[in-house]
Design a protein around this ligand. Structure first.
Ligand code: WTA
Length: 667
C-alpha cells in the first residue's frame, strides 16, 4: 500500500492542470424543463431523502421492475456479502421483453442494427422476444440447466443480445468473453467458470476484415473439458469446420425451437452473469452479478442518467464484451423500453465518419462513448462530424476513464453543438451500474469530472487512515454503503473478493468496513469528484482495464524471457501506452533483438488479445527490485514518463540497474 500511496501522490501532482478547470455548464433550460429531475433543488432533495434511508430508497426503485413475487427483506448484509430483495423472484429477460408486450411498445424497435459492411436489421420488442424464446428453448434442448454457465464469444450482432437474454430467461449464467480476446484468454475464462456450452459465430467484421471467432474458439476448446456443445451463428459466408456431435448451427437449432418459453422464476440473488476483468495479480477476476439488485440499479440509472424518453434512439458504442455493453446496451435500455442503435464494426470504416453517419441516418438522440474514442475523433479532425447533420442529438455520455477537459470541450462543441448536456459516468465492472454522474437536467457540469454520487450511493475520498480528505486533497475513492448492483463475489473465490476490495478498509469492531475502488480521487470545494487514476497495478488503455501482471505473465511465458515488468506512459489518444521492460534468458544470446521485440508483442496479442499488445518493448539486463524481490514499477514508470528517476530509491537492491536502464533509454 505504501507503493500505491506513493503512486497516488505521484499521480495527484499530475492532475494539477485539471485543477485549474473552472468552466461550468448549467443544464440548458429547455432540456431541464422536460427531464426527470429538472433542477438543482429537486436533485438535492432526492439525494437528501435517499441518504436518510438508503435501503428504503432502493426499495422504491425496485418497485419499478417486475417481480413474480415480492421480496421479504430488502437488504441482508453479512460483511462483505450482500443480498438485496431477498425472497423476491424475478427474471431479467422478462423485465427486458415480456413486460413491454402488453403495451404499445410491442411493435417498437428494440434494436436497430447495422453491420460493418452496411447491412441492417431492425428487431421490434415482439420479434426480439420470439428470438429469445426460441434460443432459450434451444439451450434447454441442448441440456443447459438453471445455474449452468454459458460462455458467449461473439461480435456485435443482435444474436449476442439474444444469447444473453436466452440464458437469463432459463436461469443460466452468461459469461461473455470480448470477441477481441485471444483463444488463450477465452480458454482461461471458460475453464475458470466451468461453462457447459459456448455460443460463438463463424466470423465477425472488423475494419473490413474478418475476425475468425469460431477458429479461435476451436483452439481454446481443445483444453476446455466442461464444454459439451457449441452453437455457431453464421454471420458470413466463410467456410467453418464443425465438429459432429459438439457443434450446432444457430439457425438450425433455432429453426426447430418453439416461440413459447415461460421465463424461469428466479430468486433475486440468482447469478445473472460472470464478467472477467483485470486485477492487480495475474489471473483475471470473474466478477459475479446477480439478478434483482443489478436490474434495479441498472434500470434506475439508465432512466435517470440518460434521461431516457420513449422517442429516443440510444446509441452506446461499447462492445457487449465489456460491462458497459451489459448494463447500458442490453439490460438498462431494454428494461426501459428504449430503441437501441447497435453497430458491428470499427468507427473509422470505411471512413472516419461512420458514427456520425449512423447518427444522422438513424436520428440518434443519445450517444454514449469513451474518452479514448473522443480523442481519436479529435485526431481525425472536425471535418468528419461537420459533414453530417447531428441535430438529432440531445444528450452525450462518456465512460471508462477520466476525460481530459480539452476532449470534453471538443465533444461539447463539435458533437453536441453546445446544446447537449454531457454525462461523465464513473463506475466499474464491479459496481455493475453507474455510481457517480451528473443528472443532465439538474447538475451543473465541469469538464473533466463525473461530478457527484447518484442518489442512494455513498462514496467518499479518504486518507489511508480513513479520515475524509479535505477539499482538493488527493486520496482513495471508497464506497461506504453497499449498493444493489454491487458484485457479489469473485466467482469461486470469496477470499480473493475479500482481499481485493475489502481489505484496505477492513471491518473491525469500531469500523463498518468499506469497499475500496482501486481509484485515487480528489473532491473539489463544490464536492465534485475528480478521478486521478488507478492506484494499483492496473492500467487503463483505450478505456479498457488491463492488469499489468497479466501482460507480464504472458511475456514470461515466451521461451526467451526471464522477467518482465509492464508500465504505462501517457498517450494522447489511448490514454496510456504500454511499455514492457524485459530481461532475457541466456538462450536469447545472438537472437536478433528487433525481431524478438516484434515477436514478443505478437506473443502478448496471441496470449491475451490485441488490446494488451505493448507499444514498446525495452530490453534490460536486470529489472529494479526491492530487497524482498518486488519489481519497483514506480521507478520504471518514472523512466518512461520523465526519462530519469527522482523518487525514493532507498529500497532498491542494486542501484546500478537504474543507471543501466537509463543508458538503454538514451540509445
Ligand atoms: C475508470 C468501466 C474516470 C476507473 C465501466 C474505474 C473512470 C475503471 C470513469 C473501471 C470516469 C471508469 N471517469 N475514470 N467516468 N469510468 N473509469 O471495470 O479507473 O472497465 O475504476 O468499468 O475505469 O473500469 P471497468
Amino acid at each position: 500500500m505504501v507503493l500505491a500511496m506513493a503512486k497516488a501522490k505521484e499521480e495527484s501532482t499530475r492532475i494539477s492542470s485539471v485543477m485549474n478547470e473552472h468552466r461550468m455548464f448549467p443544464p440548458p433550460k429547455t432540456f431541464a424543463r422536460s427531464s426527470h429531475v429538472g433542477s438543482k433543488t429537486a436533485l438535492k432533495n432526492l439525494i437528501d431523502a435517499a441518504s436518510a434511508d438508503i435501503v428504503g430508497f432502493w426499495e422504491e426503485q425496485a418497485k419499478d421492475i417486475v417481480w413474480f413475487a415480492p421480496w421479504k427483506k430488502p437488504f441482508v448484509w453479512k460483511h462483505p456479502l450482500a443480498q438485496w430483495f431477498v425472497g423476491g423472484t424475478t427474471n431479467a429477460s422478462m423485465n427486458c421483453l415480456d413486460r413491454h408486450l402488453g403495451t404499445w411498445r410491442r411493435t417498437k424497435a428494440a434494436i436497430i442494427w447495422e453491420g460493418e459492411p452496411g447491412d441492417t436489421r431492425t428487431l421490434t420488442y415482439q420479434q426480439l422476444h420470439s428470438e429469445v424464446c426460441k434460443a432459450a428453448n434451444a439451450l434447454l434442448g441442448l441440456g443447459v440447466k438453471k445455474g449452468d454457465v454459458v460462455a458467449i464469444y461473439m461480435g456485435m450482432v443482435p444474436e449476442a443480445v439474444v444469447a444473453m437474454l436466452a440464458c437469463a430467461r432459463i436461469g443460466a449464467t452468461h459469461n461473455v468473453v470480448f470477441g477481441g480476446f485471444s483463444s488463450e484468454a477465452l480458454r482461461e475464462r471458460i475453464n475458470d467458470s466451468h461453462a457447459v456450452l459456448l455460443i460463438t459465430q463463424d466470423a465477425a467484421w472488423r475494419r473490413g476484415e474478418l475476425v475468425h471467432l469460431k477458429a479461435a474458439a476451436d483452439v481454446s476448446l481443445k483444453a476446455c473439458k466442461s464444454v459439451k456443445h457449441v452453437v455457431v451463428l453464421q454471420r458470413t459466408s466463410e467456410r467453418t469446420s464443425m465438429k459432429a456431435g459438439r457443434d450446432h448451427w444457430w439457425h438450425e437449432v433455432l429453426a426447430g425451437a418453439s416461440r413459447v418459453n415461460e421465463p424461469a422464476k428466479l430468486p433475486s440473488e440468482h447469478p445473472l452473469f460472470i464478467l472477467y476483468t483485470s486485477g492487480s495479480t495475474g489471473k483475471p477476476k470473474g466478477i459475479l452479478h446477480t439478478t434483482g439488485g443489478y436490474l434495479t440499479q441498472v434500470a434506475y440509472t439508465t432512466k435517470m442518467v440518460f434521461d431516457l424518453r420513449d422517442d429516443d434512439v440510444y446509441f452506446c458504442t461499447a462492445d457487449i464484451g465489456w460491462v458497459t455493453g451489459h448494463s447500458y446496451i442490453v439490460y438498462g435500455p431494454l428494461m426501459n423500453g428504449a430503441t437501441i442503435m447497435m453497430y458491428e464494426g470499427a468507427p473509422n470504416w470505411p471512413e472516419p465518419d461512420r458514427f456520425w453517419d449512423i447518427i444522422e441516418r438513424n436520428a440518434v438522440s443519445i450517444f454514449y462513448t469513451a474518452p479514448t474514442a473522443i480523442r481519436a475523433f479529435m485526431k481525425w479532425g472536425e471535418s468528419w462530424p461537420r459533414k453530417h447533420d447531428l441535430s438529432s442529438l440531445r444528450l452525450l455520455g462518456t465512460v471508462g476513464e477520466p476525460i481530459n477537459p480539452e476532449a470534453w470541450m471538443w465533444y461539447h462543441s463539435v458533437i453536441g453543438g453546445e446544446r447537449c448536456p454531457i454525462v461523465d459516468t464513473w463506475w466499474q465492472t464491479e459496481t455493475g451500474a453507474i455510481m457517480i454522474s451528473p443528472l443532465p437536467g439538474a447538475t451543473v457540469t465541469k469538464p473533466g469530472t463525473a461530478t457527484k454520487p447518484l442518489p442512494g450511493i455513498l462514496v467518499d475520498v479518504v486518507q489511508k487512515d480513513g479520515t475524509s480528505c479535505k477539499a482538493n486533497e488527493g486520496g482513495l475513492l471508497v464506497v461506504k454503503h453497499p449498493w444493489p448492483s454491487m458484485l457479489r463475489t469473485i466467482y469461486g473465490n470469496d477470499e480473493r473478493y475479500r482481499e481485493a476490495y475489502w481489505s484496505e478498509f477492513p471491518k473491525t469492531r469500531s469500523h463498518p468496513g468499506w469497499y475500496f475502488t482501486g481509484d485515487g480521487a480528489r473532491r473539489d470545494k463544490d464536492g465534485y469528484i475528480w478521478i486521478i487514476g488507478r492506484v494499483d497495478d492496473v492500467v487503463n488503455v483505450s478505456g479498457h482495464r488491463l492488469g499489468t501482471a497479466e501482460i507480464e505473465s504472458a511475456l514470461v511465458s515466451h521461451k526467451h524471457v526471464a522477467e518482465a515488468a509492464v508500465v504505462a506512459r501517457p498517450d494522447e489518444v489511448k490514454g496510456n501506452a504500454l511499455v514492457a521492460f524485459v530481461s532475457l534468458k541466456s538462450s536469447a544470446k545472438g537472437v536478433n533483438l528487433d525481431k524478438l521485440r516484434e515477436e514478443l508483442r505478437n506473443h502478448v496479442a496471441d496470449e491475451i488479445g490485441h488490446i494488451a499488445k505493448p507499444d514498446e518493448v525495452r530490453f534490460a539486463d536486470a529489472l529494479p527490485k526491492t530487497r524482498s524481490g518486488k519489481i519497483m514499477r514506480r521507478l520504471l514508470r518514472e523512466i518512461v514518463v520523465g526519462g530519469s528517476v527522482n523518487g525514493d530509491v532507498s529500497t532498491l537492491e542494486d542501484a546500478g540497474v537504474l543507471e543501466r536502464l537509463r543508458l538503454n533509454d538514451d540509445e
